[in-house]
Design a protein around this ligand. Sequence first.
Ligand code: ZN
Length: 197
Amino acid sequence: MTVLNIHIYGDSVLRAKAEPIEQVTEEIRRLVADMAETMYAAGGIGLAANQVGVPQRLVIIDVNQVESESERPQGRRKVNPAKRQLLPFLNPEVIGNGAEDRSLKEGCLSIPGLEGEVYRPLRVKVRYQDLEGATHELEAEGLLARVVQHEIDHLNGVLFIDRMAQENRRTLAGELSKLRKLAEENPQGIPAAKVRK
Ligand code: ZN
């Protein structure tokens, strides 16, 4: 397995609309394994294929990490390999959401060092395929619903900063222009370990 580079805000691949996965090939399985290594190396709990430079409709989420995060939302991530519970979502789509919205601070491995308040539905229903090609529906709430929505946004070229209130986003302008410069200097992305805070 290989730790891949992570593409940074300003890189056009993060604005690409990812292509559906028609068939689960060996290449897709390898991509899932490599993305998992990359996500853990960067200390993340979710990762979309765009973020490693592959515009295909695939995201991974460590459900166990999401759960432990919600128990201690301010805590640093200590990934215990024995407790990894990775779910790959192929062609995921939100097929319904609850009426109630929540505001919560989000971050993103492709926008390292920045956080912002984002309103999103508290509950969502998602349809996706697994690596065997079977279709599933998942009803998620809380932090899992949040992460699923954040990752599916990536597949549509949408970043959390796009969903921030304008006045809040404006306060990040200076940092964002630094990241754009970093992305320009690193068109192949930056090593996952460097993204880690
Ligand atoms: Zn992200």
